[in-house]
Design a protein around this ligand. Structure first.
Ligand SMILES: NC(=O)c1ccc[n+]([C@@H]2O[C@H](COP(=O)([O-])OP(=O)(O)OC[C@H]3O[C@@H](n4cnc5c(N)ncnc54)[C@H](OP(=O)(O)O)[C@@H]3O)[C@@H](O)[C@H]2O)c1
Length: 228
């Protein structure tokens, strides 16, 4: 396993359930952790919790706002000069069968889950190029190929992100940048710790190899047995 000491690690969606849990584990490394989200109160609270363990900071940024993204990346550039690891754990979702959803809601969801991530990654790519160990990990989802009756909009946004991730791999094919995607099944209190461990495992691989795509599937039986 590679150490992540001294690396600049940026987590988009660092205020979310998964992003925060990754931050709480990755902080065991002596790294520079940057959390990004829209809610300053939540970001501040996490930074206070993690302070003392590592150099943690946050930036308030709505990924759907091009100006804010540009400003945030400029700030990361002036403070850290590079990004070693970029984890995109941004996401929003709603349930509802086709066609029970308003176009406005669909646009909002695609703005965050797809356009926002594409905008951030595209603008941050040169900073990742400045690292000798650059990695970008997108949190996608399982079921993007099969679809699900009750999650059509969310899953189609994730399918778009999956496709973007594959094209990005081709873009940097000749460079030393690892582009990865994890496709988790539903994340719950029983498995979040394991999902985080898998994410760390992906990021800790040595320079010579990388886990391009990894899909997790839930096994509900142990949980059900425990509850019985
Ligand atoms: N939870 C699951 O069961 C599951 C399963 C498979 C995949 N995933 C994926 O895993 C990732 C994390 O999920 P989660 O459970 O941690 O969700 P979560 O708790 O709702 O967190 C989502 C994060 O995304 C941020 N975000 C949303 N829209 C944003 C925007 N426009 N600009 C900046 N930040 C924005 C939120 O920040 P704010 O504080 O600003 O809202 C929050 O930090 C998502 O990509 C999700 O699609 C989740």
């Amino acid at each position: 396993m590679e150490s992540l000491d001294n690396q600049v690690i940026v987590i988009n969606g660092g205020s979310g359930r998964l992003g925060r849990s990754v931050a709480e584990q990755i902080i065991d490394y002596d790294c520079f952790l940057v959390l990004i989200g829209r809610d300053e109160v939540k970001l501040k609270e996490i930074c206070v919790e993690l302070k003392g363990k590592a150099k943690v900071s946050y930036f308030v940024c709505d990924l759907t706002n091009e100006k804010q993204v540009k400003k945030t990346i400029n700030k990361i550039n002036s403070q850290y000069k590079k990004i070693d690891i970029l984890v995109n754990s941004v996401g929003s979702w709603f349930q509802g069968e086709i066609p029970d959803h308003s176009t406005v809601k669909v646009k909002e969801l695609f703005d965050s889950n797809v356009l926002g991530v594409i905008s951030f990654v595209s603008q941050a790519l040169d900073l990742v190029r400045k690292s000798s160990k650059g990695q970008i990990l997108n949190i996608v989802s399982t079921f993007t190929s099969e679809g699900l009756i009750s999650w059509p909009i969310y899953l189609s946004s994730k399918a778009a992100l999956k496709s973007f991730t594959e094209s990005l791999k081709l873009t940097v094919k000749e460079e030393q940048i690892k582009i990865m995607a994890i496709h988790p099944d539903a994340i719950n209190r029983y498995n979040i710790e394991h999902v985080v461990r898998i994410i760390l495992f992906m990021l800790e691989q040595p320079n010579t190899i990388f886990i391009s795509n990894l899909e997790t599937k839930n096994n509900y039986f142990p949980v059900l047995r425990k509850q019985a």
